[in-house]
Design a protein around this ligand. Structure first.
Ligand SMILES: NC(=O)CC[C@H](N)C(=O)O
Length: 384
C-alpha cells in the first residue's frame, strides 16, 4: 500500500533544552507542549516499537536516522498498550509511506495518540549536544503559544530521571495471562497452546515481544503488577520468574529488590532484562548509577565473555550496574564494546542471570535471542 499523506499547512514548533538551546521546526503530532528527558536513539527502523516501549516514559526521543515514517504504522507492531514516549523529535517526515502492513501514517498515529512531536530540526546537532553535555531535559512547544523563555524554564524545571520510581506507575493494575507467541509472515501472531513451563513475569513496563518470545519457547505466562510480593508469586508455583524492562531509576524500586532477594534465596530460576537486570544487580548487593547519555539504539556491539562472540544488540537504558560494586557471587557475562560497561551478569550461587540490552529486539537484531533459550534450559533443569 502506498498512500499520499495530506499535507496541511505545517504549524511551527520549537524544542527548548535546559541548557538554553532552541531548535525551530514544524509540529508533526498533536498540538500542545511536552516535557521530558531528551535521549537519542540510533535505530534506523522501529519508530513504532520505540514510541510504545514503556521504558521511554518521561523521555522525549530523537532519532538520528533522518527519514522517519517511510513505512507508516500498523496495529501489530505495538510493544505495549499505548504510546509511552513523552514526545518525538525527527529530521524529516516523508510525504509518502509505503508498506503492505501499514494502516496509517506516522503523523496520523502521533495525533491519534496525543503525542507532541517536532520535525525539520537538525537532529545531528542535537545529538552532538546530548553526547557532549549528557541527556538533558527538554520541552517541545507547538502552535500559537510558543514562547522560548517559558519553554526553557519548563525544561529546567523537569529535574532528573535519577530517583524516579516509574516501574510501579506504568505496570499493569491486575495480573493477566499471556499466550501470544511470535509473528509469522502470512499468519500473523500465533498462540502457545501447549506450554511446558509456567513463567511469572514481573511487569515493570514490559515489552510485548519479551512475552511473545517466551510463549514461542513453550511458556504460559502470568504477568503480575510490579509490587506483587515474592510470596504471592511463589503461590503461583512458577517454573521461573522473569524481571522485565521498565522506565526510571531502578534504585528506588525497593518493593522489587526485596521480592527478588526472596526469589534468589528460594533458588527460583530468574531472568532479567534491562531494568530487570539492574534490579537483579541491586538485589545481589550491587549499586547502579546514571550514565551520561545512556545506550539507545539497535546497533550496539556487546561481547559474550564466555563464548567471546560479538553480537549487535538493541539497547535502551540510561542507568547501569556498577561493576566495582558487585559482590563475589556475581559473575560478569557480557560487556559493551562501545564503553566497556556491564551488559550481563549471572549469580554463581543461584539460577539467575540478566542482560542489560534487549534480546527481544523490537526493534533491532536478534543476535541475543539465545538468552531466552538459556532461561528455558534453566527451568527444564530445575523441573527435572
Ligand atoms: N529499557 C529499560 O528497562 C531501561 C531501564 C532503566 N529505566 C534505564 O533507563 O536504565
Amino acid at each position: 500500500m502506498s498512500t499520499t499523506v495530506p499535507t496541511p499547512a505545517a504549524s511551527p514548533a520549537i524544542l527548548a533544552l535546559a541548557d538554553g538551546t532552541i531548535f525551530h521546526g514544524i509540529s508533526i503530532g498533536s498540538d500542545g507542549e511536552t516535557l521530558g528527558e531528551v535521549v537519542f536513539n540510533t535505530s534506523m527502523t522501529g519508530y513504532q516499537e520505540i514510541l510504545t516501549d514503556p521504558s521511554y516514559t518521561k523521555q522525549i526521543v530523537t532519532l538520528t536516522y533522518p527519514h522517519v515514517g517511510n513505512y507508516g504504522v500498523n496495529p501489530e507492531d505495538a510493544e505495549s498498550r499505548a504510546v509511552f514516549a513523552e514526545g518525538l523529535i525527527i529530521r524529516d517526515l516523508p510525504l509518502l509511506y509505503s508498506n503492505f502492513r501499514a494502516t496509517m501514517s506516522l503523523g496520523e498515529y502521533l495525533k491519534q495518540n496525543n503525542v507532541v512531536a517536532i520535525a525539520d530540526i537538525d537532529t545531528r546537532k542535537l545529538t552532538r549536544i546530548l553526547r557532549e553535555k549528557g541527556a538533558q531535559p527538554g520541552c517541545i512547544m507547538t502552535g500559537e503559544n510558543i514562547d522560548e523563555a517559558t519553554a526553557i524554564a519548563k525544561a529546567k524545571s523537569f529535574g532528573s530521571m535519577a530517583g524516579q520510581d516509574l516501574a510501579k506507575v506504568v505496570s499493569c493494575e491486575k495480573a493477566f495471562e499471556w499466550t501470544t507467541a511470535e509473528w509469522q509472515l502470512g499468519v500473523g501472531y500465533t498462540v502457545q497452546s501447549n506450554p511446558r513451563f509456567h513463567v511469572v513475569a514481573y511487569d515493570y513496563g514490559v515489552k510485548f515481544n519479551i512475552l511473545r518470545m517466551l510463549a514461542e519457547r513453550g511458556c504460559k505466562l502470568t504477568v503480575v503488577p510490579a509490587q506483587t510480593s515474592a510470596a504471592d508469586v511463589l503461590a503461583l508455583n512458577p517454573d521461573g520468574v522473569f524481571l522485565s524492562n521498565g522506565p526510571g531509576d531502578p534504585e528506588p524500586c525497593d518493593y522489587a529488590i526485596t521480592a527478588i532477594q526472596t526469589l534468589l534465596a528460594k533458588k527460583v530460576p530468574l531472568f532479567g532484562i534491562c531494568l530487570g537486570h539492574q534490579l537483579l544487580g541491586l538485589a545481589a548487593g550491587g549499586k547502579t548509577s546514571k550514565m551520561k547519555f545512556g545506550h539507545h539504539g539497535a546497533n550496539h556491539p556487546v561481547q559474550d565473555l564466555d563464548s567471546k562472540h560479538v553480537m549487535i544488540t538493541s539497547q535502551n537504558h540510561g542507568f547501569q550496574v556498577d561493576e566495582t560494586s558487585l559482590p563475589g557471587n556475581v559473575r560478569i557475562t557480557h560487556r559493551s564494546l562501545f564503553d566497556g560497561t556491564v551488559q550481563g551478569i549471572e549469580m554463581t550461587d543461584a539460577p539467575a542471570f540478566s542482560f542489560q540490552g534487549h534480546p527481544e529486539a523490537s526493534p533491532g537484531p536478534h543476535d541475543v535471542a539465545y538468552l531466552f533459550d538459556k532461561f528455558i534450559a534453566q527451568m527444564a533443569e530445575h523441573q527435572a
